[in-house]
Ligand binder design. Structure first.
Ligand SMILES: [Zn+2]
Length: 321
């Protein structure tokens, strides 16, 4: 069990006082925004898909900060301590295949979220067309959309997840050992991932090779035991999907040591984040981030001891930047 006592305590306290993605937090709304954004990446196309937005109390969600530091950094970005947090997934068109990175929430978090299928339809695609789904990790805002009730939502897709992640969350013995507040992640895996496994549509991978030409999983551990990034590369252009290693650009870019109550191993998550940010800033490739303001695509630029977020420049054609 890698959780430090400190992490377990902070998780327990946070879940008792506040569950940021609780149904009661959501206000009824439909997805009034278009919910998709196209961009070309070499011969590939990336289409950001919005699952919706939901209020998040970042001053309670973010931990390992000095007193008042989170509020101060949010204020500098004209953000309140409770912000509308995006839940993004990404459709990659690569070599004739339609590959989804994460699957949104489905009906798990109420009407403000659960719009991936709607966004996919608006972008011109149907769930039956999806060939593969690459999961960054097994949390409900990333795997919820795999199932609609007891039906597989993307019936023709093979689902990919790191072996470490699947082995951890699909093992009841690990649930028995986990702190009470973390047991629901195992329940989520049983509800959303086990049926995919039973249907013979789950593929697990080790790191070190491509899943498809130009598409490579990269170890990004800490937020969960087997959390994965995905690198896509075409014609010299690259984008790295960072999952949940970065939750708030306003707070965790200037101070990458600040962690999240949802981190399985907060220390490891901080180390992974610092390495990923340094590499992205040095190499200058694109990044896609699940909870940065939609479409969550941009660049990371070094700024003093930290970094700043440079969002993608809007392009009506999706072919210019
Ligand atoms: Zn997430």
């Amino acid at each position: 069990m890698k959780n430090s006592i400190k992490t377990m305590l902070s998780l327990a306290i946070a879940f008792v006082i506040y569950s940021p993605l609780a149904k009661a937090q959501n206000t009824p709304n439909s997805l009034n925004q278009p919910g998709y954004y196209h961009m070309a990446l070499g011969d590939f196309e990336v289409i950001a898909l919005s699952d919706g937005t939901t209020p998040q109390k970042l001053n309670e969600l973010l931990t390992d900060a000095k007193p008042g530091e989170v509020e101060h950094l949010l204020k500098q970005h004209y953000q309140a301590s409770t912000i509308e947090c995006s839940v993004n997934a990404y459709l990659v068109k690569a070599n004739g295949k339609l590959i989804l990175i994460d699957a949104g929430t489905s009906d798990v978090y109420g009407p403000a979220l659960g719009h991936i299928t709607e966004s996919l339809n608006k972008a011109g695609y149907k769930p039956e067309q999806i060939d593969a789904i690459l999961l960054t990790h097994i949390h409900m805002d990333h795997i919820g959309g795999l199932m609609n009730g007891d039906k597989i939502a993307f019936p023709n897709a093979t689902v990919y997840i790191s072996k470490i992640e699947a082995d951890y969350y699909l093992n009841p013995a690990n649930k028995a050992k986990a702190v009470e507040s973390a047991k629901r992640f195992f329940d989520g895996a049983e509800q959303k991932l086990r049926p995919i496994l039973i249907a013979g549509k789950l593929r697990t991978f080790d790191f070190g090779g491509e899943l498809f030409p130009g598409i490579t999983p990269v170890a990004g551990f800490g937020h969960t035991p087997g959390h994965s990034f995905y690198a896509i590369e075409s014609k010299g252009e690259k984008m790295l999907f960072l999952g949940d290693i970065l939750v708030s650009d306003a707070v965790q870019l200037p101070e990458p040591s600040i962690t999240s109550v949802y981190d399985y191993d907060a220390g490891q998550a901080a180390t992974t984040r610092k390495k990923a940010l340094a590499e992205a800033a040095t190499a200058g490739y694109w990044v896609g981030v699940s909870h940065i303001s939609f479409p969550g695509i941009g660049h990371i630029r070094a700024d003093g001891k930290g970094y700043i977020w440079v969002p993608i420049n809007y392009s009506a054609s999706g072919r210019g930047q």
